[in-house]
Write a new protein. Structure first.
Length: 255
């Protein structure tokens, strides 16, 4: 196992990735999908616990599969992203509830609290977070063009279907990186809340992305500090801090 310092470092990188994904999701008007998609991990967590496997491995598998299924539903049906995610969400929550029998395991799956990170888990988590950040930087122009005009994207030979798939996969990987310390119930919160807070304080695209990542990272750092000082549960503490940042940002906007 590695010490708490490395856990904080990993959490900051994961939060920064979540903030960036959340910013694009807010522009895409699918920011609530972060909360719903995090529940896709529950069946995988249940199977992993049932078979005594690493919970993150199980959760990651169902997250990626769920993202691909959602993409296919978007392509082959008339369902919107929100509707497709909703269908998978309802199914995954029901299946997860059936698979997770232990009340303690259920709490861990929903709110985080699995065993401390091993070195391999730290390396994997850092790799996932850095990959998400780098890919968002590479795809940023295509994502923005596809968000604002599919006709313009087609004229520029941008394959919106491929861009949507990449975004869903990055979405899923971002949630995966937050499962360890937030759990399936709260992992989507770092996608939703910091982005919403950042939108309150700026209308500049570059600043919006930066503030979203900074607010997410700040939520994690402050959450770690408060949970350690007052012996609070980490996941809910991080989310409460993020909500407080949003409240301050919203008040500042009204002035």
């Amino acid at each position: 196992m590695i010490n708490e310092y490395f856990s904080v470092v990993l959490s900051v990188f994961a939060a920064s990735a979540a903030g960036l994904v959340g910013a694009f999701a807010l522009m895409k008007k699918t920011v609530l999908a972060g909360d719903v998609m995090s529940h896709l991990a529950i069946p995988g967590l249940g199977l992993a616990l049932l078979w005594s496997l690493n919970p993150i491995l199980g959760g990651g598998t169902t997250l990626i599969l769920g993202a691909i299924v959602i993409w296919q539903l978007e392509k082959k049906t008339t369902l919107s992203s929100d509707a497709a995610i909703g269908v998978i969400f309802a199914s995954s929550v029901a299946l997860g509830a059936l698979l997770i029998n232990s009340e303690e395991d259920l709490i861990d799956a929903l709110f985080g609290g699995f065993v401390k990170l091993s070195l391999n888990e730290f390396i994997f988590g850092m790799a996932v977070s850095i990959f998400v950040i780098v890919m968002l930087w590479i795809l940023r122009n295509k994502l923005i063009i596809a968000l604002f005009s599919e006709d313009l994207a087609a004229a520029m030979n941008i394959k919106t279907s491929s861009v949507n798939l990449w975004f869903l996969l990055l979405f899923a990987l971002t949630i995966l990186s937050g499962l360890q310390f937030l759990g399936a119930l709260l992992a989507g919160s770092l996608i939703i809340i910091p982005a919403a807070a950042a939108r309150q304080v700026t209308h500049s695209l570059g600043q919006f992305l930066a503030y979203s990542a900074i607010f997410a990272a700040l939520s994690v750092v402050a959450g770690f500090a408060l949970s350690s000082a007052y012996e609070l549960e980490l996941g809910p503490t991080v989310v409460v801090v993020a909500a407080a940042i949003f409240a301050v940002a919203a008040i500042k906007r009204k002035k």
